[in-house]
Design a protein around this ligand. Structure first.
Ligand code: FPP
Length: 241
């Protein structure tokens, strides 16, 4: 696979963020348990990570588990973490070979022990890689992230490390999980839902949005290309004219 001719090589987005929605509906349509939908979603994700490297994205960020997802049935929550473990076991060598750097956004220390151990291993193994950075949002919530940043900022202030004047957008952003990561140029949400669902609230202030009716397990590299092509036709003005 190469960069398709339908895309302009010069304006490939640096950062694409995805809400991988529709796994449950995909399974329901087939009379399968919801976890089967997540399994199919994991398979789709593998291809999207590979395609993102080939297309030359610098960052791919996926919403794998939100701070609200704990409310799902225990069996489903356990199933998602089991899939995460399987994903890392199966894919870590390949990710590393492709120079992909794994990164986690969210309070991941609270994840089940085995998933945490695997995640830490994937972070350690790929730490010095310089290709695509694959950011997995896990136990992630945008409001929690902003609140946490505000607390860290308040701490720096009360310890006298910064003055009120030094509280800039840049300083605030350096307290987010996404420290050092450029804001997403493009946010994609699958399955026809048009919500942000507490995803990258601060970071998506000027992102372009693409919504598609395709359910996440059916989302292919071709759909990613279509979304990027749509992004390339937008005129970004950032509040200007
Ligand atoms: C949303 O679909 C999907 C999730 C909450 C989980 C995403 C998980 C994966 C893609 C697989 C696991 C892979 C890793 C790397 C963790 P939904 O269940 O809300 O679908 P619905 O809206 O149709 O019910």
């Amino acid at each position: 696979m190469d960069i398709p001719r339908t895309l302009d090589k010069q304006t490939i987005p640096k950062h694409v963020a995805i809400v991988m929605d529709g796994n449950g509906r995909w399974a329901k349509k087939r009379n399968l348990p919801r976890v089967a939908g997540h399994n199919a979603g994991m398979i789709a994700l593998k291809e999207i990570v590979k395609a993102s490297s080939v297309l030359g994205l610098k960052h791919l960020t996926v919403y794998a588990f939100s701070t609200e997802n704990w409310k799902r049935p225990e069996e489903e929550v356990k199933g998602i973490f089991k899939l995460l473990i399987i994903y890392i076991e199966k894919e870590l060598a390949e990710l590393h070979k492709n120079n992909v750097k794994v990164n986690i956004l969210g309070d991941y220390q609270q994840l089940p022990k085995e998933a945490l151990t695997k995640l830490e291993k994937s972070l350690e193994t790929t730490r010095d890689n310089t290709g695509l950075q694959f950011n997995i949002a896990l136990n992630y919530g945008g409001r929690r992230e902003i609140l946490r940043a505000a607390q860290l900022l308040a701490k720096d202030f009360s310890e006298g490390k910064i003055s009120e004047e030094q509280m800039t957008e840049e300083y605030f952003a350096s307290k987010l999980y996404t420290k050092g990561i450029p804001d997403p140029d493009l946010v994609i949400r699958t399955s026809g839902e048009m919500r942000l669902s507490n995803y990258l609230l601060w970071q998506s202030a000027y992102s372009e949005f693409v919504y598609t009716n395709v359910l996440w397990p059916d989302f292919t590299p071709k759909d990613l290309e279509t979304a990027i092509a749509s992004f390339q036709h937008r005129k970004r003005r950032y509040g200007g004219v």
